[in-house]
Design a protein around this ligand. Structure first.
Ligand SMILES: *Cc1c(COP(=O)(O)O)cnc(C)c1O
Length: 383
């Protein structure tokens, strides 16, 4: 059946058009390459889209997570509760500020942090919870916010997967929690590399703006611009984390396409749902009624112990897939430093052994989705 001749369907691909390319060229031809008018424009557009007062452009979601922890004064001696089935940055940044990452279980249906297990992990040192909206399906924010209120904890949302996702008719990031977004090329929209922190709190936004540029009271725009002046103060030893205009030039136009991107992802996810629902050997991702799922990922679960064969079967058919994520409590650094070991988080480990993300992005055509469906059906007969 000529498996080998078929074109490779990558796991993820960005969608960039002439608008992004022309805007980048325009930026390169201007004198402002770093943080200036386009970054401000993109921040304003992003805040308006989310429905939040402040959006601060950063070099990555990792930078956003780091600064979010810092501005909430989380540091040495503090504990932060987060899921283990997430990308490295969610926990690495907790370590960067000197706090201890405490991994909680996920709910196997949404693959998001389990509020019941958060409660079990709270100690007198707990300061914050990081909720990851896995694959673009929002975590159970009502339950998480209620726990935070009861125990006086900060909630930070890792919304790297959840640009445009909604929880109870509100966009992720529009609540009162500090929220971090990613524009990495595989994410729902991209700026090549980039991130955004959103908040309604002017003090937090202001401190992030200072910390993203060395802790200086003035950025380049306010020093080298026509109305600027050379003086500034260092009020904290900050970082070099500011988004710059070349990134924002891409982001401005990606944001105009975000509704189309999410609609297309939902359309294709529904095709997968219909094809795989109720089929032996595969479980489709849940989509609860009170959410809008952005489908950054389409993670299916196969039988325990069969995931790697399933991956190989699709690879042989020229279909790219990926596994999000290897649980962090099983990573050598976290095992050696914090004493985590296999068996600590049985629900997380079970999901990890089953989960695999199928390709899903707007640049796929319907015939690509159909090829993935046929290939999955074939592979399921073999594994
Ligand atoms: C991609 C990702 C990040 C990091 O985003 P960057 O912009 O690459 O720093 C953080 N958390 C999760 C869950 C991610 O998937």
């Amino acid at each position: 059946m000529g498996k080998k001749e078929e074109i490779f369907i990558p796991f993820a691909r960005p969608w960039l058009g002439e608008e992004e390319i022309n805007e980048v060229i325009d930026t390169l031809k201007s004198d402002w390459l770093t943080t200036a008018g386009k970054t401000r424009q993109f921040e304003e557009d992003f805040a308006a889209y989310i429905g939040v007062k402040h959006a601060v452009g950063l070099t990555s979601c990792t930078a956003a997570l780091h600064l979010a922890l810092l501005v909430h004064d989380i540091g040495s001696g503090d504990e932060v509760i987060l899921p283990s089935l997430t990308f490295a940055s969610t926990a690495n940044t907790v370590v960067h500020v000197g706090a201890r990452p405490v991994f909680a279980e996920i709910k196997p249906d949404t693959v998001c942090i389990d509020p019941e297990d958060i409660k079990k992990k709270i100690t007198k040192n707990t300061k914050a919870i990081i909720a990851v909206h896995y694959a673009g399906h929002p975590a159970n924010l009502d339950a998480i916010n209620a726990i935070a209120k009861e125990y006086n904890l900060v909630v930070i949302e890792d919304a790297a997967h959840a640009i445009g996702s909604e929880y109870k008719n509100k966009k992720i990031g529009a609540g009162k929690n500090t929220t971090c977004f990613s524009f990495y090329p595989t994410k729902t929209m991209t700026t090549a590399e980039g991130g955004m922190l959103t908040t309604d709190d002017s003090k937090i936004a202001e401190r992030v703006r200072v910390l993203r540029i060395h802790g200086m009271t003035k950025d380049g725009w306010n020093r080298y611009g026509k109305d600027g002046s050379w003086q500034y103060q260092i009020v904290e030893p900050g970082w070099k984390y500011h988004m710059f205009d070349v990134q924002a030039a891409i982001g401005m136009h990606q944001l105009k396409k975000i509704n189309f991107f999410i609609e297309k992802r939902n359309e294709y996810a529904t095709l997968y749902d219909v094809a795989f629902d109720g089929i032996e050997g595969i479980e489709i991702p849940v989509r609860y009624g009170d959410v809008l799922h952005s489908y950054h990922l389409y993670p299916v679960k196969v039988k325990r112990g069969k995931r790697d064969e399933f991956y190989k079967g699709l690879k042989e058919r020229n279909i790219g897939t990926s596994v999000q994520f290897i649980p962090l409590h099983l990573m050598p650094y976290y095992e050696n430093t914090f004493g985590y070991a296999k068996g600590d988080l049985p629900a997380t480990e079970k999901v990890f052994e089953q989960i695999i993300s199928l390709p899903l992005y707007p640049r796929m055509e319907k015939k690509d989705i159909e090829r993935v469906i046929t290939s999955v059906q074939e592979v399921l007969k073999e594994v």
